[in-house]
Ligand binder design. Structure first.
Ligand code: SF4
Ligand code: MSK
Length: 641
């Protein structure tokens, strides 16, 4: 549908809600972006330094103005310093999330909190990868031992890598990182050291700082993503394929709608439990029941394990409230716009914050904690039910768009589906089809939305181009939500978008797995922390083929990234040896050295590098050429042009 909103979002539900917001005079992220333009050119190039109070200093990239900050730092130093600090901040978010789970697992194992250990299989698998024997131990004892190893990683004062690194990453990668001196030792200490290194008057060498940026990517990956996914699966269960729906049409006019937003499922899992328990109370209040829906990664977590539908992704979070039917939006941490309370003022919606580090003026704060998790979850659901009667029916405006899709593709679920084709050797069908050229390669589409690009357009455009060329896609985060909303995660999408080779493989696996339909061409692997699952899948494939991850015909892409976390994750992908595409330009172009290393030289050291391209068709062409190049180097067939 061509309309004046299609430059802001390619999601038709978001377009309708943008029109609605304009009618109601509601300010959105797009309006505030327009008001910010033109944004600061120095900042965009990474050339603004606020590291000390002699600044802020700016370096003139065109040569006429100052070439150095007050302390003498030049463009390369300033850009590298900013990049390290961005990656450190991104890593700290995921590490903080992971740390919550060390506490949670310990308390769960000691019976101090109402979270049973659900997944004994995963518990044993994680114990095995950490070298712990499960023999003679109760599941609680084993969980406690795992929590202790995780805690030891945070107490490591030596130079050896974290246990979570050596247990999770391919040995060849660990050796490469050790050789470069970037293997993470202790997340807290490494982040502290990165901040110290980039203080005024410490490091001025951009290349030395870029090595620290790589270390921040690895801290993010192993002290954050892997640790978190592993422990979350132990507590809540490893996802299995589940049918659900995506987009604002999942909200119901006749139900109490509770939208969950953020990243840490300790609270949202409890909300699912209590929404079920209190459904009758909502009926007594005059509603037809309770409808839960998710935004961002808390949404992805309860989708993956519970099938809870997706309301929308990052950029359109305000628009969910503008439907007028959200009785409560319950948030934890990360990616929550402070503007939610302003939008909520136009409606009856209660914005409920739940974490001590994430409060918003104007929100209702419920002090969620693990010990009182049940009571707090009950309190939140009851607040939402009580608020239902305050809904103004004249303001209800729900777009009808929603798509059906399949989620829940953990590595275990993917291997399980492949095992239906070959029980003895589950990876063989996948590898054989890659070798034969039916599957050209694979790409991971991950990351956020940004207001700088039309919402979802690069995710969807890139995915369609890759699928047409027989590239299998795995996805997480808001990228996955974009692709679910666009209808790329259901069996019909395989028919419609996959090239002939890919379609045949997905159809055969889907039939063998008893779906009576093809597997979707884009597999939803979870939240942002679940990028660890993608790495595990690639490591397993590389191990099977006896090659290094950097030699596989694969690529990663964060087509619409915006978060500091995405910078850390992208750096890790490069450190894994993966070509990593970014849609928006990162704030580094002010330094020829930093730009040159990230887009070229780093490949010699680590096997991966960044490419930047906002046009999805051009980005797809580069990724496909890269995949073909890798196939050639592996001696695999290449398709005729
Ligand atoms: Fe300016 Fe140097 Fe201070 Fe940065 S560290 S603000 S460049 S004086
Ligand atoms: S939520 S980090 S906007 S993907 Fe994980 Fe989405 Fe990016 Fe937040």
């Amino acid at each position: 549908m061509e309309n004046k909103y299609c430059h802001q979002s390619c999601d038709p539900a978001a377009q309708k809600m943008l029109k609605r917001a304009e009618e109601l005079n509601i300010e959105t992220v797009w309006d505030r972006y327009a008001a910010q333009e033109p944004q600061c050119g120095f900042g965009q190039l990474g050339l603004c330094c606020r590291v000390c109070s002699m600044g802020p200093c700016r370096v003139d990239p065109f040569g006429d103005g100052p070439q150095k900050g007050v302390c003498g730092a030049g463009a390369d130093t300033i850009v590298a310093r900013n990049l390290v600090r961005t990656a450190a901040a991104g890593a700290s978010s995921h590490v903080d999330h992971g740390y919550e789970y060390i506490q949670a697992l310990k308390k769960a194992a000691q019976g101090e909190i109402p979270y049973p250990i659900k997944d004994e299989g995963k518990l044993k698998a994680i114990a095995a990868k950490l070298g712990l024997s499960a023999e003679g131990k109760t599941k609680e004892e084993l969980a406690l031992a795992i929590a202790e190893i995780a805690a030891q990683d945070f107490a490591n004062t030596g130079e050896e890598p974290m246990k979570w690194v050596t247990a999770s990453a391919p040995a060849e990668r660990v050796e490469a990182w050790k050789k470069l001196g970037v293997a993470p030792r202790n997340p807290d200490r490494d982040i502290r050291s990165a901040l110290s290194q980039t203080n005024i008057g410490t490091d001025a060498d951009p290349v030395n700082m870029l090595l620290t940026a790589v270390r921040m990517g690895l801290v993010d990956a192993y002290g954050g993503l892997h640790l978190t996914t592993d422990l979350q699966d132990i507590i809540f269960g490893t996802p299995t394929p589940v049918a659900s729906e995506a987009n604002l049409g999942v909200l119901k006019e006749d139900k109490v709608n509770i939208v969950v937003h953020g990243h840490v499922p300790l609270m949202s899992e409890k909300l699912v439990e209590w929404a079920n328990k209190l459904n009758d109370k909502a009926i007594v209040a005059g509603a037809a029941g309770i409808q839960l829906a998710g935004i961002c990664c808390s949404g992805n977590e309860i989708l993956m394990r519970q099938g809870v539908p997706i309301a929308t992704n990052f950029l359109s979070q305000e628009l969910a409230i503008a439907t007028g039917v959200v009785d409560a939006i319950v948030v934890d941490i990360q990616c929550i716009m402070p503007s939610l309370t302003t939008v909520a003022e136009c409606f009856h919606t209660k914005v409920i914050t739940t974490m001590p580090i994430a409060k918003i003026p104007g929100a209702t704060h419920v002090d969620f904690n693990l010990e009182e998790a049940d009571a707090k979850a009950q309190e939140i659901i009851e607040l939402a039910i009580a608020n239902y009667r305050n809904r103004d029916k004249s303001k209800v405006h729900i777009p009808q768009e929603k798509t059906s899709f399949l989620g829940g593709f953990s590595v275990e679920a993917i291997v399980g589906a492949l095992a239906k084709v070959n029980a003895e050797d589950p990876l063989k069908p996948l590898v054989d089809n890659i070798a034969a050229g039916n599957i050209l390669g694979a790409a991971a589409l991950v990351g956020c939305n940004t207001v700088k690009l039309t919402q979802d357009s690069v995710h969807v455009g890139l995915a369609k181009e890759l699928l047409k060329n027989n590239v299998l896609i795995v996805s997480t985060g808001c990228a996955a939500q974009a692709l679910a909303k666009a209808g790329l995660m259901n069996p019909a999408a395989t028919e419609q978008y996959a090239g002939e080779g890919l379609k045949a493989v997905l159809t055969a696996v889907g039939q063998a797995a008893g779906l009576n339909a093809p597997l979707p061409p884009v597999l939803h692997m979870g939240s942002c922390v679940d990028n660890s699952r993608i790495a595990d899948l690639l490591s397993a494939l590389a191990g099977y083929l006896k090659v290094n991850v950097k030699d596989l015909p694969i690529a990663a892409s964060a087509p619409e990234f915006m978060s500091e976390k995405a910078i850390a994750i992208g750096t890790w992908a490069v450190a894994m040896g993966i070509l990593t595409h970014l849609g928006p330009t990162p704030q580094v172009l002010g330094s020829p050295i930093v730009t040159g290393v990230l887009t070229d030289k780093v490949e010699e050291l680590l096997g991966g590098k960044f490419i930047v391209e906002a046009d999805p068709v051009k980005a797809a062409a580069t990724i496909i050429n890269h995949i073909i190049d890798k196939r050639q180097k592996l001696g695999l067939t290449v398709p005729q042009a």
